[in-house]
Design a protein around this ligand. Structure first.
Ligand SMILES: *Cc1c(COP(=O)(O)O)cnc(C)c1O
Length: 397
């Protein structure tokens, strides 16, 4: 089929998309309308934990679709209970509220913190967030995000999100007043350019929160579910947050998200929170299958081995081309270039023949890598070889 045969103009224009229509995927590979294959190191933006169309997920979807798809969140269902048990068992949290997207889970975290402020802190409502942070595209989560310009885009913004600097504890301390109820951040800023919060910063935030009776909220929408080589990224820092949000990897590609909190923080009254599709058995059954794959013997060891391979390969490329190194945690990594080649490399990678390569440049001088967590050693080698050629090609042009 030709691209021109698709009437793409019936879709609302929200971003610039290449003239490609993807029709199938398997593991780390995607195939477009013309039958061209692409090695995928974007994976739905760090979403497809087990790659495209994982057999475990297909089975969970098919089995559950024969049993029950949506009895309404006003009733209990089996997969949501099973997934909540697994998530609380693997983390420091006691209770789970399921949602459908990262933005929605973060809205829930913001509401829970504000409610906790009403109950325990005389109506304190301000949540300190980080510059360059990203928490979603709803009005409140855009206000919570620290993307330059986002506060004015759909003015008036939701107020009460003063911004501190990542890894600068003093900048957080300075913002605390008696209206402050929480501190919220990503353990690794994803959209901001794969910038990890340091262990000292995370521990310092926990201390600050304790001193000032604040909630410590981690947005693990991108970093959670094994992406960083541990089940949750906060576990690298030996801290216990009060609230955590998950999305992206938790559903392995189906819309699923979660808000987790420690028992003391669970202050929602009946009617405070809800949502038509929340915790539906179809997506939570997939969540169970994804979770079980992550905790299978050897899985996380393999994530860490692939992460080491990717990190070393990127460092070698950086040295070869005089770039500025690489950074990241687990299989969320970035190559830091010495010039703004990112968009040109992303385009050239997609246009490679016979097989294309899908990469992402969250900043012009940065390439981000977020492969499936079950990516193979050969696939990483293939990507690194292609990337080597691409850098040479773009720099010659
Ligand atoms: C992607 C992302 C979100 C938003 O998730 P959606 O599912 O797109 O609403 C929020 N926080 C972080 C850290 C993210 O990476």
């Amino acid at each position: 089929m030709e691209f021109s045969q698709f009437n793409v103009n019936t879709l609302m224009e929200i971003t610039s998309r290449p003239d490609l229509v993807f029709v199938r995927g398997q593991g780390s590979w995607l195939e477009d309308h013309a039958g061209k294959r692409y090695l995928d190191f974007v994976q739905g933006w760090a979403v497809n934990t087990l790659g495209h169309c994982a057999p475990e997920m297909q089975k969970a979807l098919l089995d559950q679709s024969k049993l029950l798809m949506n009895p309404s969140p006003a009733f209990y269902n089996v997969p949501s209970i099973e997934l909540a048990q697994r998530l609380t068992g693997a983390s420091d949290f006691d209770r789970v509220f399921f949602a459908n997207s990262g933005g929605e889970a973060n809205e829930g975290a913001i509401k829970l913190a504000r409610k906790w402020g009403q109950v325990h802190k005389k109506g304190a409502y301000k949540i300190i967030t980080m510059n360059h942070g990203f928490h979603g595209r709803t009005l409140a989560t855009m206000s919570a995000s620290g993307k330059p310009g986002w506060d004015k885009m759909f003015a008036p913004q939701v107020e009460g999100f003063p911004k501190a600097e990542l890894n600068d504890l003093e900048s957080v301390r300075k913002l605390i007043d008696d209206q402050t109820v929480a501190i919220m951040l990503e353990p690794v800023q994803g959209e901001g350019g794969v910038l990890p919060a340091t262990r000292e910063f995370m521990q310092g935030l926990r201390k600050l929160a304790d001193e000032h009776k604040l909630l410590f909220i981690v947005d693990e929408v991108q970093t959670g579910m094994g992406r960083t080589g541990k089940m949750f990224a906060y576990q690298h820092s030996d801290v216990v947050p009060d609230i955590m949000t998950l999305a992206k990897g938790i559903g392995g590609g189906v819309p699923l998200a979660a808000l987790l909190a420690r028992q003391e923080v669970c202050v929602f009254a009946h009617g405070d929170q809800g949502g038509t599709y929340n915790g539906n058995p179809l997506t939570t059954a997939v969540g169970v299958a994804v979770f079980d794959a992550l905790v299978a013997p050897g899985f996380m060891e393999s994530v860490n081995a692939r992460a080491k391979q990717l990190s070393e390969g990127l460092l070698a490329l950086s040295a070869k081309y005089g770039m500025k190194g690489e950074r990241g945690v687990g299989l969320l990594r970035a190559l830091i270039m010495d010039r703004d080649d990112g968009p040109a490399i992303v385009d050239a990678a997609r246009n490679l023949t016979p097989n294309g390569l899908l990469l992402n440049a969250p900043r012009p001088n940065l390439l981000r890598f977020m492969p499936a967590l079950n990516v193979t050693a050969e696939e990483i080698d293939t990507m690194l070889t292609q990337l080597d050629g691409l850098i040479a090609q773009v720099r010659k042009a």
